[in-house]
Write a protein that binds this ligand. Structure first.
Ligand code: GDP
Ligand code: CO
Length: 397
C-alpha cells in the first residue's frame, strides 16, 4: 500500500494524534523496502506487500455481528486478507432460526475452502461468560452473563486475540455491503501498524464518502452528523488542554479501527456504541499527563494514532435516525463522565443533549458502563474454559 505520511499531529501527553492522511495506492506492489518519497509535494510512504503480510499474520480481524444478513456477512468475510485470523463474535438471535448456526456454517465453508484460520463464539453463551470470569474479567460477566453491546463484544474478542497469542487486533463491521472496502480497511490497518514508531499504536479509518440514494440519484456525502458532533467535542477537550483550537480528530466514531495488543491490553473500554469514541477519552485520561497513569511505561514512550482516509465508499445497513442519535448520545455520556472532561465542555454537552431532547433540563447524563478491558486477563485459564463453551468454534487451529 502507498499511503500519505502525516506531517502534522497534535500531542496530548503521550498521545500523538496524526492528521488525516489518504491512501494513494491500495496495492503498491511487492518491490523494495518500506520507503518514503516526496511525490508532488506530498510525503508518501510505500509499505511493500511483504511488510503488510507480516502484520496480517499476527493480526486478528474481529467481526462483531448482530442479526446481519447472511449474504452481507459472507461478503465481509471474503474481504478479510487470508493470513489474518477471523474472530467472529455474534449476538444474533438463535430462535426461531439459529442465525449463529448460519454464521458459523459460513465460516466453516470459508475455512474449509481456503484453509484459513477462524474462531467464533456467541456473546450470550453462559460458557463464554464463565470463561471470562475464570480468566479474571469479572466486570465483563457479572452474574454469569455478558451484556449485549458492541463494546462488550469487542472486549471479548480482544481476550480471544490475546489468548491466540496475536500481536494486533482490527475490527470490521458485519453489515458492510462492499467487500473491497473491508479489504482496504484491513490493508490500511496493517500499513499503519507497520509505520508506527511505537509499540503502542492505533489506526482509525475515515471513509471518503457515504453513498445515499436521494431522489433516485446516488449522492456521495462526506461525514455524517454523528461523526461531526463526536469529533467536535473530542477536539474541544483536546484544545482545552493544549490551549490551541484544533480539528485534528476526524475519526471519533470510527468502528473500523485496529490497534496493537500492547495498547489494547492497557485500555479500558466502554460498553455499547460508546466504545469507539471512548478510546480517545481513555487515552487522554490515562496517558494525557493530566492524571497519574497506571501504565507509566506508555507515558515514557508514546501512542501513535493514525487516521486514514480510504478510497472505497462506506456503504452499510441503514439502521435509521433513532439508532444514529442513540449512538451519539452514548458517546457524549461517556465523555461527560470522564474526569478528563473540563466543566466547560460538560456544560456544552448538556446544552447539546437538551437541545436534542436526549436529557431533561438540569442534565444528568447516564453513566455508560466502563469495562477494565483485558488488563489482568489470565489467558491460559480463559482459553481452557472457552474451548469448553457450547458455542465455541475453531477452524484450522
Ligand atoms: P453503525 O454502523 O456504527 O451504525 O453500527 P451497527 O449497528 O452497524 O453496528 C456495527 C457492527 O456491530 C455491526 O456488524 C453489528 O451487527 C455489530 N453489533 C452491534 N451491536 C452488537 C452487539 O451487541 N453484539 C455484537 N456481537 N455485535 C453487535
Ligand atoms: Co453499520
Amino acid at each position: 500500500m502507498r499511503i500519505e505520511y502525516p506531517h502534522r499531529h497534535e500531542r496530548f501527553g503521550a498521545v500523538r494524534i496524526h492528521e488525516l492522511t489518504q491512501v494513494i495506492e491500495i496495492d503498491s506492489g511487492l518491490g523494495g523496502a518500506a520507503e518514503q518519497a516526496v511525490i508532488g509535494g506530498r510525503r508518501v510512504h510505500h509499505v511493500p506487500a511483504t511488510a503488510i503480510n507480516g502484520i496480517e499474520r499476527r493480526m486478528a480481524v474481529v467481526v462483531p455481528t448482530k442479526n446481519e444478513r447472511r449474504k452481507v456477512i459472507e461478503g465481509v468475510l471474503s474481504g478479510i486478507p487470508h493470513d489474518c485470523t477471523i474472530v467472529l463474535v455474534s449476538a444474533s438471535a438463535r430462535e426461531p432460526i439459529d442465525r449463529y448456526g448460519l454464521e458459523t456454517a459460513l465460516l466453516d465453508d470459508l475455512a474449509s475452502a481456503t484453509g484459513r484460520t477462524a474462531v467464533a463464539v456467541h456473546q450470550f453463551d453462559p460458557g463464554v461468560a464463565a470463561a471470562a470470569a475464570a480468566g479474571g474479567l469479572i466486570d465483563l460477566a457479572p452474574d454469569g452473563a455478558i451484556a449485549p453491546g458492541k463494546g462488550e463484544a469487542m472486549v471479548l474478542a480482544m481476550a480471544i486475540t490475546e489468548t491466540l497469542g496475536l500481536d494486533h487486533v482490527g475490527f470490521v463491521d458485519a453489515d458492510n455491503y462492499i467487500p473491497g472496502a473491508v479489504h482496504e480497511y484491513t490493508k490500511s490497518y496493517a500499513a499503519g501498524l507497520h509505520l508506527a514508531t511505537s509499540a503502542f499504536a492505533m489506526v482509525r479509518i475515515s471513509w471518503q464518502s457515504k453513498p445515499k440514494v436521494t431522489d433516485g440519484r446516488l449522492v456521495f456525502n462526506r461525514w455524517g452528523r454523528t461523526s461531526q458532533v463526536t469529533n467536535h467535542f473530542l477536539n474541544l477537550v483536546l484544545s482545552t488542554y493544549t490551549g490551541f483550537g484544533t480539528e485534528v480528530i476526524k475519526t471519533g466514531n470510527s468502528g473500523e479501527h485496529a490497534m496493537s495488543m500492547e495498547l489494547a491490553r492497557r485500555l479500558r473500554f466502554a460498553g455499547g456504541y460508546a466504545v469507539e469514541p471512548f478510546e480517545f477519552v481513555e487515552m487522554f485520561e490515562q496517558f494525557g499527563g493530566a492524571f497519574a497513569s497506571p501504565h507509566p511505561e506508555v507515558n515514557r514512550s508514546l501512542i501513535d494514532v493514525f487516521q486514514v482516509e480510504t478510497r472505497n465508499p462506506h456503504f452499510h445497513e441503514d439502521k435509521g435516525e433513532n439508532h444514529v442519535s442513540g449512538m451519539r448520545t452514548q458517546a457524549l455520556h461517556a465523555l461527560f463522565h470522564s474526569k478528563v472532561c473540563p466543566d466547560s465542555v460538560r456544560a456544552e454537552i448538556c446544552e447539546f443533549l437538551e437541545g436534542e431532547g436526549a436529557v431533561q433540563p438540569g442534565c444528568e447524563p447516564r453513566a455508560e458502563t466502563i469495562y477494565n478491558g483485558i488488563v489482568g486477563l489470565d489467558s491460559e485459564r480463559f482459553g481452557r474454559y472457552l474451548t469448553k463453551a457450547d458455542t465455541f468454534r475453531a477452524f484450522n487451529r
